[in-house]
Design a protein around this ligand. Sequence first.
Ligand SMILES: [Zn+2]
Length: 205
Amino acid sequence: MSAEAGEGREAAGAHEAREKRIARLTRELIEVLGEDPEREGLVRTPERVARVWTDLTRGYRATVPEVVNGALFDAKGSEMVIVRDVEVMSLCEHHLLPWYGRAHVAYLPKKQIIGLSKIARLADLFAHRLQVQERFTTQLASAVDEVLDPWGVGVVVEARHMCMMMRGVEKAHSLTTTSSLIGKFSEDPRTRSEFLSLISNRMSA
Ligand SMILES: [Zn+2]
């Protein structure tokens, strides 16, 4: 688990104080659930939980410019750029349980393109926060739009939500699909259908 850009700037004691507080709360949660926080298997759980939760929410301690970090290049043409199957792992803000899936991100360059790995890093930035899938999708599309000022952006996210699966609210394998379309992807049906047909062979796989 690597430290993301941004965490390095945090005041020296803040990181430690947060982990101590999460550990304290976790110990209390274990007790409330009817368990013995001192039994062998659980005695170090609060500290483990504190480290994991700090990492899984590192998106609160970084910004879009820090993630992009200048990895922009002059566009050679205006062909659609598509990044498929970006892994997304996040936590739902309603139940604090994981939701996970894939994002497909496309844009029509105007002046600049972005390093492909940065799209995945931007997805991580927003996924490592307490989220709903709809807002994640919109935030990712808006970030690409703001960073590149392209002719348009399209983002489709397919995900499964543990809070639904574990509670039997929906069939265990049902996918939730969300999309955010900006500029030409919203205005031009040909751009939109090109995008959707380019990702459709990958969807629901
Ligand atoms: Zn939920």
